[in-house]
Design a protein around this ligand. Structure first.
Ligand code: AFP
Length: 324
C-alpha cells in the first residue's frame, strides 16, 4: 500500500512553504533523536546530566542531548526567528528574517528514559511579524495563535502527530526509508469516555472539586456517574495525550497544595498549548478550572498551568465540579 509522506501531505494541505520547512526540520531532527534513544545504554546516554534546568528539575543526559539537537536543527532553518525551550532559561534569537517562533519540550516524560518507556518531543510554532530583535515578549501569544503544533512519540514505533489548524494527522516513521508516512488522517476524539488519566498518588493534595470529581469516577457504577471508569497514567504527557487522541479519555494534571503558589506542574508554552491545539483540532476540549487554555495570555515563557483535557463532554463535567 502506498502511503502519503509528510512533505506531500503538507503540500496537499496547502501549508505555506515557510511553515512546511519548519515542520520538516522538526520531523528530521526527531528521527535523529529516535536513533539516539534506540541506542540507549549502549551509547552511554542514560542517567542524570548532573545539572538542573531553569524549572529546578534534574536534567537527564538525553534531555540535554535532545535539546541541543533541536536547537541546532532549528537554528539552521532560515524561517525560524527564535526559539524557546523548557530546558533553556531564556529565548534564543535565530534568523532576523524568520517568520516563526518555535517553543518545545525536547524530551517530555524524561523520568521514563531510564526504564526504557515512552517519551516524546512536543513543539509549538507561533507566527512572528515584528522588525526588531526577538525578545521573550514576542513569544507571549495565546495558544490559539499557533500556526502549527505537534509532538513526536518515541514508542514501539515513532509517531509524529501534527496540526496546522485544519485537523490532526498522525504519521509513523518508516525506519527503512527514514520518512514519516501518513497512518491516520482526521483524528477525532470521541465526546464520551470511560477512561481517565491522573497521578492518583497526589490525591490528598488536590483541591476539593478535583477530589470529588475523581472520587465520583472511582465510585463507578455504584456512584453518581452510574458507570465504571478505567485509569491509565504513563507519566509522559505525550503518551497520555496520544492515547486520548487514539481512543478518547480525560487527562488532568491539577493544581495541588504542596506548591500552592504554583498554578500547576505542566508548562503552558511547551506542553499545554501545543497539546491543547491538537486536542481542540481533534474535537476535544482543553481547560483550566477557570477557562480555555488556548485563550490564556502568557505572562512568561516558563509559566505553568493546571490542565484538564480530552473528551469534550467529560472535560465540561470536570470543569463544572470546579465552577459549581
Ligand atoms: P518532564 O517534562 O520533566 O519530563 O515531565 C513530564 C511531565 O511534565 C508530563 O509529561 C507528565 O504528565 C508529568 O510530568 C508526570 O508527572 P508525575 O511525575 O507527577 O507523574
Amino acid at each position: 500500500m502506498s502511503r502519503i509522506a509528510l512533505p506531500q501531505y503538507l503540500a496537499n494541505a496547502s501549508v505555506a512553504p515557510d511553515l512546511q520547512s519548519v515542520i520538516l526540520g522538526l520531523a528530521e531532527v526527531s528521527a535523529d533523536i529516535s536513533k539516539s534513544l534506540a541506542k540507549g545504554a549502549l551509547a552511554g546516554i542514560l542517567g542524570a546530566a548532573g545539572a538542573e534546568n531553569v524549572q529546578g528539575e534534574d536534567q537527564k543526559k538525553l534531555d540535554v542531548i535532545a535539546n541541543d539537537m533541536i536547537k541546532e536543527a532549528l537554528a539552521a532553518l532560515p524561517n525560524v526567528r527564535g526559539l524557546a525551550s523548557e530546558e533553556e532559561p531564556d529565548v534564543v534569537p535565530c534568523h532576523t528574517n524568520g517568520n516563526f517562533l518555535v517553543t518545545f519540550d525536547p524530551l517530555d516524560g524524561s523520568s521514563n528514559i531510564d526504564i526504557n518507556s515512552m517519551v516524546g518531543t512536543i513543539f509549538s510554532v507561533l507566527p512572528h511579524t515584528g522588525e526588531t530583535a526577538v525578545t521573550e515578549q514576542d513569544f507571549l501569544q495565546p495558544g490559539r495563535q499557533q500556526a502549527a503544533a505537534g509532538y513526536v512519540l518515541y514508542g514501539p514505533s515513532v509517531m509524529l502527530v501534527i496540526s496546522t489548524g485544519s485537523g490532526v494527522a498522525m504519521f509513523t516513521l518508516d525506519q527503512d526509508s527514514g520518512n514519516y508516512l501518513l497512518t491516520e488522517a482526521d483524528v477525532a476524539i470521541p465526546s464520551e469516555t470511560n477512561e481517565f488519566s491522573i497521578n492518583a498518588s497526589n490525591q490528598r493534595h488536590w483541591a476539593a472539586p478535583m477530589q470529588s470529581y475523581i472520587a465520583d469516577l472511582i465510585a463507578g457504577k455504584d456512584g453518581p456517574r452510574g458507570k465504571n471508569f478505567n485509569m491509565r497514567w504513563v507519566a509522559a504527557m505525550v503518551a497520555d495525550v496520544h492515547r486520548i487522541l487514539c481512543r478518547g479519555g480525560l487527562f488532568t494534571y491539577p493544581w495541588d497544595s504542596r506548591k500552592p503558589e504554583q498554578a500547576g506542574k505542566l508548562r503552558l508554552m511547551y506542553e499545554a498549548n501545543p497539546m491543547g491545539f491538537l486536542v481542540e483540532q481533534a474535537g476535544g476540549e482543553v481547560w483550566t478550572p477557570e477557562g480555555k487554555i488556548l485563550d490564556i495570555q502568557p505572562a512568561h515563557i516558563h509559566q505553568r498551568v493546571p490542565v484538564i483535557l480530552g473528551a469534550a463532554t467529560e472535560v465540561a463535567l470536570c470543569v463544572d465540579y470546579h465552577q459549581r
